[in-house]
Design a protein around this ligand. Structure first.
Ligand code: AMP
Length: 324
């Protein structure tokens, strides 16, 4: 596997660098892209660095994205937080670049870059970028430190996910100690939301189906999205708020992407392994945090059945362990 030193060597070598991340951007993907750009600009003089992708107004507070440059010859591409080529949010062929590097914390899906650094024990891509900054000569500044902190806090759901380790805390401790960022003020940007979102969260809690095996799910109609006046992506953004509910081991929100006429399913779990199910439905992700996209309601129902089966299996294993 690639080392941080290898990655640093290529960053040093190329004057033109494009940084891309996955489609349907989340805070870790966005923050790691912009933080890496900031780190490179703060460490080297005279480099052209472009953080690209479809921008989301929700994450504007992190900083602006760039247009992909027209001339990609002699350009290095660094893909962050994306395990497979189909999910890279970039408007050109990946082989248009002179050299490509992947840095990711998802379970391995496919090799598509010249150099790949994958650490699926890391809590987030921001944690890997922070680790790399400390292991190489990259210079942290206030801006990159704030972004990295926000990405780590978001992807670990405030240090609660299974990939949160002593290393995560050590790196964050060092980051705060060295840069003296006012981290409390950063939660405002990450967690503030309109009342309409809180109201639809109440609707979801009231109307979610919970199976006897511990699967919670809801299919959110376009009419409901309109009635509450929220963005179609809103229910997916609040999925983590449904953790730690006694009756629920895994939970899924289904929404209809009208423009592309597909169903998006956002899934979380606090035990049953869900990414193996999601990967059978044009999806993937982490063991306990996954997503999928399907074309028909029949496929949605089949996915929900498979998730319910995983919950049943998990409950059975838990009962067996209790008896031992
Ligand atoms: P989300 O539910 O969008 O927060 O995504 C949770 C995790 O699943 C993230 O690691 C995503 O990268 C991954 N994921 C979501 N949707 C898909 C998909 N259609 N294909 C592969 N991975 C996905």
């Amino acid at each position: 596997m690639a080392t941080f030193k290898d990655i640093y060597k290529y960053i040093k070598k190329y004057n033109n660098i494009v940084i891309a991340r996955h489609l349907r951007v989340d805070p870790d993907a966005q923050a790691s892209s912009l933080a890496l750009k900031e780190l490179i600009l703060n460490t080297f003089n005279n480099k052209n660095v472009y953080a690209v992708g479809i921008s989301a107004s929700k994450f504007k507070y992190m900083g602006a994205l760039n247009k992909l440059p027209e001339d990609l010859s002699n350009t290095l591409l660094i893909v962050l937080d994306t395990p497979d080529l189909k999910r890279v949010d970039i408007d050109c062929e990946i082989n248009s670049f002179s050299y490509t590097i992947k840095i990711d914390h998802h379970p391995f899906v496919e090799e598509f870059c010249d150099l790949e650094y994958i650490d699926d024990d890391a809590s987030s891509t921001c944690e890997i970028i922070l680790d790399m900054a400390y292991e190489t000569k990259m210079k942290l500044n206030e801006e990159s430190a704030k972004l990295l902190f926000q990405g780590i806090v978001s992807d670990t759901n405030r240090f609660t996910t299974i990939n949160t380790t002593a290393k995560t805390f050590n790196l964050v401790h060092k980051l705060i100690n060295d840069t003296k960022i006012n981290f409390v003020s950063l939660y405002n940007d990450l967690y503030r939301r309109p009342l309409t979102e809180v109201r639809i969260q109440g609707y979801i809690a009231q109307n979610m189906t919970v199976t006897e095996n511990g699967l919670g799910y809801i299919k959110i109609d376009d009419d409901i999205i309109k009635e509450f006046g929220v963005d179609a992506a809103s229910p997916g953004n609040m999925i983590n708020n449904f953790n730690y509910i006694d009756e629920i081991m895994a939970w899924a929100f289904v929404s209809h992407d009208v423009k592309n006429d597909i169903y998006r399913i956002t899934i979380r779990s606090r035990g049953p392994i869900i990414n193996s199910v999601a990967s059978n439905y044009n999806g993937g992700g982490h063991q306990l945090a996954s997503g999928a996209r399907v074309k028909t309601m029949e496929e949605v129902d089949s996915l929900l059945e498979d998730l319910d089966f995983e919950c049943k299996k998990f409950r059975g294993e838990e009962d067996e362990n209790k008896q031992c």
